[in-house]
Each structure stands twice: as C-alpha cells, then as structure tokens.
Design a protein around this ligand. Structure first.
Ligand SMILES: [Zn+2]
Ligand SMILES: [Zn+2]
Length: 289
C-alpha cells in the first residue's frame, strides 16, 4: 500500500511480508528465547543492585534493519543469521520458488518478490548464500523489483562494486553506494509517518508481468537449477544434442567442461551458464583451499 520511498523496505508491503516470513522461519520462538535469556541475565545482575532497571519497558520483539549497521542488537542479528543458515533460509526459498514454478498461486504478493526480499534480508544479516541462490536472485530481481532504488540496491549487492560477501552483514546501500543515516533512538527504523509515494503494490496489488515474460523467467530459472546440479560435458548445454548421436561439440573456452553444438547455442545458453562457469584453476583452488 503506502510507501515513503523507493528503496527496499520503504513500503509497508515489504514490512508486512517480512513479518510473515519471520514467523514462517520460526523467528517468533527464537525471539521469545532471546528475550527470556536477556531477562534472566538482567535479573541475576540486579540481585546485587536492587534499583529498578532502566530497561523496565522490555521490548516484545527485536527490530532488524535492512542496513546491517543500523541494527541495535548485534547478538540478536547473529542468532537470526544462525537460525537461517541452519536450514530456515533454504526452507523459505524452496517454499516460494515452488510457488513461483507452480504458476497457480493465489497469493497477493508474487512469490518471486518474496524470494528477492528473503535474499535482501539474508544478505543484510550476513547469511551464507548458495551459488544457486545467488544465481536465482540475479535472474529474478530485474523483472521482479519495480522500484528503481530497490533494484539498484539489489544490483550492487549481487554484482558490486563492494557487493555482498558471504558471512559479512551487509548494509544494502543504494547503487551509488549511499547508505541512509541511522535513525535516532525512538524514531524507529522506517519513516512510516509519511506514506507519500506510490509503492510497487499500490492499493490493488502489483500489475503482473506479462505471461510471456513470466514463462521465459520460469524457463531460465529451471535451467539455472539444472545447471547448478552439474555440468554434463557430453551434450550441448542448450539443445541437448549429444556426441553419441554423432554431433561435434566444442567445449566452453573458460571452464572447459560445458559443451555446445554451435556458437549460437553457446550464446543462447550464456545467461544460464555464466553463473556456474569457472576457470578450472578457480575450481581446483576452491577444492584445495
Ligand atoms: Zn545445441
Ligand atoms: Zn563455461
């Protein structure tokens, strides 16, 4: 519905989705656990000093910002990161990609949009993203995120300069590198008081992408998943023509694994293969390193 800017999490739709995703990831239980532990610690430190704590008004939840350095509680952010890395991240991504491939979703928000949001949150927390998930985000975000600034944030995170590095909480700056100022205490993490621009989803949901655009996107996403499962060298990456059938195939010059029946098919397959094409020395370097 309302928005106060064109960046990620500058509209209440993003906030709503993230709050739903948080409960789906089991973060409410995690929050309760963290708050209980905190209370216990404070109680034991107060036995010596019985003056009432300044923190009498306990928060019921933790606020996490999309800009990593805005997060007031690093330990809470780390606990969420650990929970996501332990499998919750993959679970959520799988759930919404299944909906994306199923095409018959009746969800108000497009599942691929949620996948992009999950990716942004995961990067801001410093989660470990699989090479497949990174490739999926790179493929999804240009058609999925309509707000120019949100798109520029995602582009910079995924492609650089100063892009996202696994394990390091990321500030999700704008494409220009600018990171918004940290809000004053009590001001909250957004500017929800001024819903003054039209968000991506407006009042009636986002105008959907054209069916042919979505069909192509699904096809590319399927191909990316297959490609990530292993590069078989005996068949053309694009059409599947095989050497057994007597086709002459040439190998990709960079990775020397992926094979193609023609230059045309190599070019057509590049949007898929580029995510996983590595020079052999990089691959062996990673294995030994
Ligand atoms: Zn071919
Ligand atoms: Zn290659």
């Amino acid at each position: 519905m309302g928005a106060w800017g064109y960046e990620l999490f500058e509209c209440d739709d993003d906030q709503d989705m993230t709050s739903d995703l948080s409960s789906e990831a089991g973060l409410e239980d995690l929050t309760k656990k963290l708050l209980a532990e905190k209370k216990k610690k404070e109680a034991s430190s107060q036995q010596a000093d019985s003056t009432p704590s300044e923190n009498d008004k306990e928060p019921e939840y933790y606020e996490l910002s999309i800009h990593a350095h805005h997060n007031p509680d690093e330990a809470a952010a780390a606990a969420v990161r650990d929970a996501l890395n332990a499998g919750k991240l993959q679970e959520l991504v799988d759930k919404y990609l299944d909906k994306f491939f199923a095409t018959s979703t009746k969800d108000w928000y497009p599942p691929e949009y949620k996948v992009c949001l999950i990716g942004a949150c995961a990067m801001s927390l410093g989660c470990t993203l699989s090479p497949l998930f990174k490739a999926q985000l790179k493929t999804l975000y240009p058609t999925t995120l309509k707000m120019p600034e949100a798109r520029s944030q995602m582009k910079r995170a995924l492609f650089g300069p100063d892009g996202y590095v696994d394990g390091v909480p990321y500030d999700m700056p704008l494409g220009t590198g600018k990171i918004p100022k940290r809000p004053e205490p009590g001001q909250g993490l957004g500017g929800i008081m001024s819903l003054n621009v039209q968000g991506q989803f407006g009042m009636f949901g986002a105008p959907p992408n054209k069916p042919e655009v979505m069909a192509e996107l699904r096809q590319t996403m399927k191909a990316i998943r297959e490609e990530s499962e292993g590069l078989s060298s005996g068949v053309c990456g694009q059409c599947g023509a095989s050497e057994k059938e007597g086709k002459v195939l040439s190998k990709c010059a960079k990775c020397k694994i992926r094979a193609y029946c023609s230059r045309e098919h190599q070019a057509a397959h590049w949007p898929v293969h580029k995510h996983f094409c590595k020079a052999p020395e990089t691959i062996s370097g990673e294995e030994t390193g």
